[in-house]
Design a protein around this ligand. Structure first.
Ligand code: FE
Ligand code: ZN
Length: 470
């Protein structure tokens, strides 16, 4: 470096003095050659050390420089995520739960029936009974019964009335979902004999918005379970080291179960490394502080310290938790929708998997993609109401997938799957927790230490494995 390029000593001293710091001569020598922004460095010092330091020494600056080295570039060029939908808990007071529940179902019906109407020509149930015998209706499935002969009778309900519908043989139908049925009225016009079942589905052809393809990548992970004895620290550190090298990565999205929580399942205490929930978050934050150069988007899961009922509010709704995390962490609800580099992402932990498994044959935690396809088909993230997943009726149904996303990101299954369904990228990146005793008893075989790297410009995705040292 030529002499002329060296910084002026007086300028350095003045800048630090303005911020209330004295400066060790060694630091001056170091900073004379520093090419980055001194202003940013001083701001960083204040952020990290505040008033606890009077004389800035080499060790202080070195620690900060290594952070800034990673933090600087993507931070400036990569904008924070644009939050499209994130729900906070106290949206409405449930003075009359009954009414809120009715509103929830009406909202669900209105939104999803609109989608189904583009696929079939349906009539309101009240009028369907009196017109042509070839008819289609749209309604919420209010009951499902299997007859001794193996047929299925479902009751469909819309705001005008109810209609029993008979399906011959097995049918992919869930309680409380909104479906369309085309068929023929029975002779007595009391019920509909189904010929075609129509889900709202993801349209096969969508108008692709022309969007500026920004060269930027995102990493999708889930179920870190910090605080668990089974948390896989070594692979996690490998992941962080890798991430520090990747200047193209602008975002890391975590789909819930950040910590292992307390009292989530019987006997969990034995498997906990940290038995205090806030300490678990402190532990998580300490690891995440190492990746200050990316925007981290965190959605909660059933192990996290917010209410279980969906939509689960953002972790930032607990101020003790929000305070622990650095500014590059953005908290959203579960489910939530946001946009990064022009791509629309829906993140949802996946609690409803628990209810889908068993209701639709062939579904298991081992194949998260199949579960995610069932949700997309229904344009709803938690179709069954009042089974094991608690849902907080807030008048509006936040689990309806109103706009088809570019990416649907889930967790919860602790298994991995990445695929495309009708143009939507489905991502489930597994977990960072080895098998727990509880999972072993229930025959759940996790696939840990994976991260999905997505190039947001080309939408090419790749699953990376950090389980073993390469
Ligand atoms: Fe989990
Ligand atoms: Zn979970």
């Amino acid at each position: 470096m030529a002499l002329s390029e060296l910084r002026d000593e007086a300028e350095i001293v003045r800048l630090f003095a303005d911020a209330g710091y004295q400066i060790h001569p060694e630091v001056i020598r170091l900073l004379k050659r520093y090419k980055g922004s001194l202003q940013e460095l001083v701001e960083g010092l204040r952020e990290v050390f505040g008033d606890s330091v009077l004389v800035v020494e080499k060790s202080h600056v070195e620690r900060l420089l290594s952070e800034l080295l990673h933090a600087k570039e993507p931070r400036k060029t990569v904008p924070p995520p644009r939050i499209l939908k994130s729900y906070n808990s106290g949206a409405r007071q449930p003075q009359q739960p009954q009414t809120l529940l009715q509103q929830l179902f009406l909202d669900r019906y209105n939104k999803i029936s609109r989608m189904i109407k583009t696929r079939i020509n349906a009539r309101p149930i009240k009028w369907a009974k009196s017109g042509d015998s070839e008819v289609a209706v749209i309604g919420i499935v209010s009951s499902i019964t299997k007859t001794r002969r193996g047929s299925i009778i479902a009751e469909l309900e819309d705001p005008t009335g109810t209609m029993p519908v008979v399906f011959r043989g097995d049918v992919n139908l869930l309680l409380d979902e909104v479906v369309g049925v085309a068929g023929r009225l029975s002779k007595d016009r009391k019920y509909l004999i189904a010929e075609r079942l129509v889900h709202p589905e993801v349209p096969l052809y969508r108008k692709e918005e022309v969007r500026a393809a920004k060269k930027c990548s995102a990493v999708f992970i889930s179920d870190t379970h910090f605080g668990s004895k089974q948390f896989l620290e070594e692979p996690w550190n490998r992941f962080i080291d890798w991430l520090k090298q990747r200047t193209d990565v602008g975002y890391v999205v975590i789909a819930g179960d950040i910590v292992d929580g307390i009292g989530v399942y019987p006997g969990q205490e034995e498997e906990l490394l940290i038995r205090d929930i806030y300490e678990q978050y402190e532990f998580a934050a300490a690891y995440l502080r190492e990746i200050r150069h990316v925007h981290i988007i965190i959605s909660p899961g059933n192990h996290d310290a917010v209410r279980q009922a969906e939509p689960q509010p953002p972790l930032s709704s607990v101020s003790e938790i929000a305070e622990i995390f650095p500014k590059n962490v953005h908290f959203v609800s579960s489910p939530a929708a946001f946009e990064i580099a022009g791509r629309r992402v829906i993140v949802y932990h996946g609690q409803s998997f628990d209810d889908l498994i068993g209701e639709i044959p062939g579904l298991s935690y081992g194949e998260p993609l199949k579960l995610m396809v069932e949700l997309l088909k229904r344009r709803h993230l938690a179709p069954i109401y009042g089974k094991s997943v608690p849902i907080a009726p807030q008048g509006e149904d936040h689990a309806v997938i109103e706009e088809v996303p570019d990416v649907l990101h889930c967790g919860h299954s602790h298994t991995v799957g990445v695929a495309r369904y009708r143009g939507v990228l489905l991502v489930n990146s597994g977990t960072w927790q080895a098998q727990t005793k509880y999972q072993k008893k229930r025959n759940i075989e996790p696939v840990p230490c994976r991260a999905t790297l997505l190039d947001l410009a080309t939408m090419k995705a790749k699953v990376l494995n950090f389980a073993a040292a390469s």
